[in-house]
Write a protein that binds this ligand. Sequence first.
Ligand code: ARG
Length: 463
Amino acid sequence: MSNSNSNQMWGGRFAAGPDAIMEAINASIGFDKRMAAQDIAGSRAHAAMLAKVGILTDNEAGAIQEGLLAILSEIETGKFEFSTALEDIHMNVEARLKEIVGEPAGRLHTARSRNDQVATDFRLWVRDQLDAAETGLLALVHALLGQAEAGADWVMPGFTHLQTAQPVTWGHHMMAYVEMFTRDLSRVRDARKRMNESPLGAAALAGTGFKIDRDMTADALGFDAPMANSLDAVSARDFALEFLNVASISAMHLSRFAEELVIWSSAQFRFVQLSDRFSTGSSIMPQKKNPDAAELIRAKIGRIFGANVALMMVMKGLPLAYSKDMQEDKEQVFDAADNWMLALAAMEGMVKDMAANTDALEAAAASGFSTATDLADWLVRETNLPFREAHHVTGALVAMAESKGCDLPDLTLEDMQSVNKEITADIFDVLGVHNSVASRQSYGGTAPSQVRAQIARWKEILA
Ligand code: ARG
């Protein structure tokens, strides 16, 4: 039998145990214990299948099932003792099962390898996270819809180059993020559908000579089908990469919105008041209220995209099938998932709580010659001027207002007519910000009626 220091799982071939450094670089239990519930679910499905095809007796399978449930409760209650010497979650569970049920535990690994086991566990774990992301995204979208509904007709400046461009509505701005986060949602659902196939039964890499039933285990674990190629089943990690891709894009969206909240909550903008629940104070400057949650959300893209790049680098150039390199997949995904979920929840909370300062929004919307395009459009519509010329006339009026230190609506009719004599007093109607936004009725435009139509459309889709 095996040397007493060598590994109980493969000690037959080994005379000595591993060097301490070897143990340190090799062990994954420190992090893969997070997949304990998935590992036990996979083993239970495998045991039930082995019993059905006659590889385990019903008694053996029953003992294994009970043992696995006992281990699960030990882990959940913090009583389980994880051992680094046992390397990973799979061997920790199996060793404990042997202590609890004895000999049948050794039969559980029939027609299975840690290679298909870890691929299965990790798919189940990532699938759970996709479901959590779906929940988080939906909650955020509902918070945004609430803000959009409240402020469908509040006017604010719309920006390009962060320079005042044209007035838009608050609801329109919120709904832009609804579009982004619902696209993230559809990417999440897409990724889930593609990854929901079972590696279990691929064994080490080549399949097995035992007459197993892969449909049965796939079904028991909620997978749509068993994976069709055993080499691919044990070595594919594109499901984890796709998770990181989707998380990266979503974190990028969160980051853009977070940046806007940082700007909007500044004393210079005063567009929004963030709630105390999502801000911090300064230990030295008593007046400060810092948008820390927004800043941290803005930063999360760094580590999430970092995880994405790291796993791409781990996977590139790996020959088929399994290589130990793949053990490096988990920490990246765990960290990215934790931080994505946290960022989604923090953003939802901030959006729900934030109070728009409608006076400041409207004042800002009305400054910076924001209705210059409306003026040019009026000249095209009412005096049949080609748009390029109307643009020129309007530019001259903006320059005049600038030199007088006022905005466009403050110019007199005489001022206007000195630049273009066909201008009439009607022009003042389009220079107001409310008329400006109300006129933008094109599909997807900023008019409150369009915004309300989009809110209604999304509410119906999400109902
Ligand atoms: N801890 C390993 C991992 O996370 C499990 C698979 C080990 N397989 C092997 N052939 N050594 O990838």
